[in-house]
Design a protein around this ligand. Structure first.
Ligand SMILES: [Zn+2]
Length: 336
């Protein structure tokens, strides 16, 4: 059997789902779906990633500020999520990737065992008390940090207007010193441009769609959750990748659960807008599966990791393998 091209999904809130909903993500997806009562259909489990040929996922440490409003609570919640990832690794479900050597060894092993590799991404820096803690978070495995989800002490986030705080600038300097990457997703417009100016290290957007197609004034989601044309242009020359989110309301702001699910062709339209600014080497997938929406809020026929490969049917043939994985692997290999 010919080897399948590796898929990379740049945004999955795996530990958050496991700890917040009590889902056992070590189960096959169908088993988990049978166990979850109510209308919500989960989208991703660890065996589903393996079976799908997802070689690497960026696995988030996500702390909901409404549940953990203070720094200390946020920190404990973040540590619990890292502990869950380490437990999955110890039980043989995943490999956690911390450097370029581990990435190479993982991809070699993956071609035989299809075990998913995880790169830990902190979504919102609230758990980090101060920039001097950064070596400790790096030791725990964190490799990519997004400064904000909603506005944090570090930066303006989704729906916010603040830029970077002085502490945010210090955190970016410490991230550059530690060789960590910056995820620009969720930043306010002001914070996005200031962060790009202040941070000389590797940048990417793990999960965000172009504003041109993903937002309208009637959209319930704030405009700055999406990438403006100026933001896309500003990324040019930085070597980053943008992950397209597979959430119907981020693909079509008028979508509601009563409407038919959009065709996967809409995913390709978003990909083409990103490629139009940055080239096809900068387009990836950051599905955000189960990041607040289930399998019924994804495009028709794309409702689990096993369906990701089908996106190659709507992407340009010569770019599909790069969009589905190779672009993110090249980005990781350039700095990890
Ligand atoms: Zn997010």
């Amino acid at each position: 059997m010919p080897a399948l091209d590796p898929i990379v999904d740049a945004h999955l809130d795996l530990a958050y789902g496991a700890l917040t909903h009590g889902w056992d993500l070590t189960l096959p997806l169908e088993t988990l779906r049978q166990r979850v009562h109510g209308p919500y259909r989960p989208t991703v489990t660890l065996p589903a990633l393996g079976d799908a040929g997802v070689a690497v996922a960026f696995a988030t440490i996500f702390v909901d500020p409404e549940r953990y409003p203070g720094h200390e609570e946020a920190k404990q919640a973040a540590l619990a999520q890292i502990e869950r990832y380490r437990r999955w690794e110890a039980a043989g479900h995943v490999r956690i990737i911390e450097d370029a050597g581990m990435l190479r060894a993982h991809l070699e092993a993956w071609s035989h065992d299809q075990k998913p590799g995880l790169v830990l991404l902190m979504e919102g820096a609230e758990p980090i008390e101060s920039p001097d803690e950064l070596p400790e978070w790096k030791r725990l495995g964190v490799r990519i940090i997004g400064l904000a989800w909603r506005t944090t002490r570090y930066a303006g986030g989704t729906g916010g207007h603040e830029g970077l705080s002085p502490l945010g600038r210090d955190l970016l300097a410490a991230m550059a010193d530690e060789g960590l990457a910056l995820d620009l997703s969720h930043l306010s417009d002001a914070a996005f441009f200031e962060a790009l100016d202040h941070f000389a290290g590797p940048v990417a957007v793990s999960h965000a769609n172009p504003r041109a197609l993903g937002w309208s004034p009637e959209s319930p989601v704030p405009a700055n959750r999406f990438l403006s044309d100026d933001e896309l242009r500003a990324l040019k020359g930085r070597g980053g990748v943008v992950g397209v989110v597979l959430y119907n309301r981020f693909l079509d702001p008028t979508w509601t659960a009563e409407k038919p699910r959009p065709s996967p062709e809409l995913v390709a339209r978003h990909a083409r807008v990103i490629a139009g600014s940055l080239g096809w080497d900068s387009v990836g997938i950051g599905s955000d599966f189960d990041g607040g929406f289930g399998a019924d809020a994804t495009p028709e026929g794309i409702e689990s990791p096993g369906d990701l490969r089908a996106l190659s049917k709507v992407l340009p043939e010569s770019h599909a393998a790069r969009v589905l994985g190779a672009n993110w692997l090249r980005w990781l290999g350039s700095w990890l």
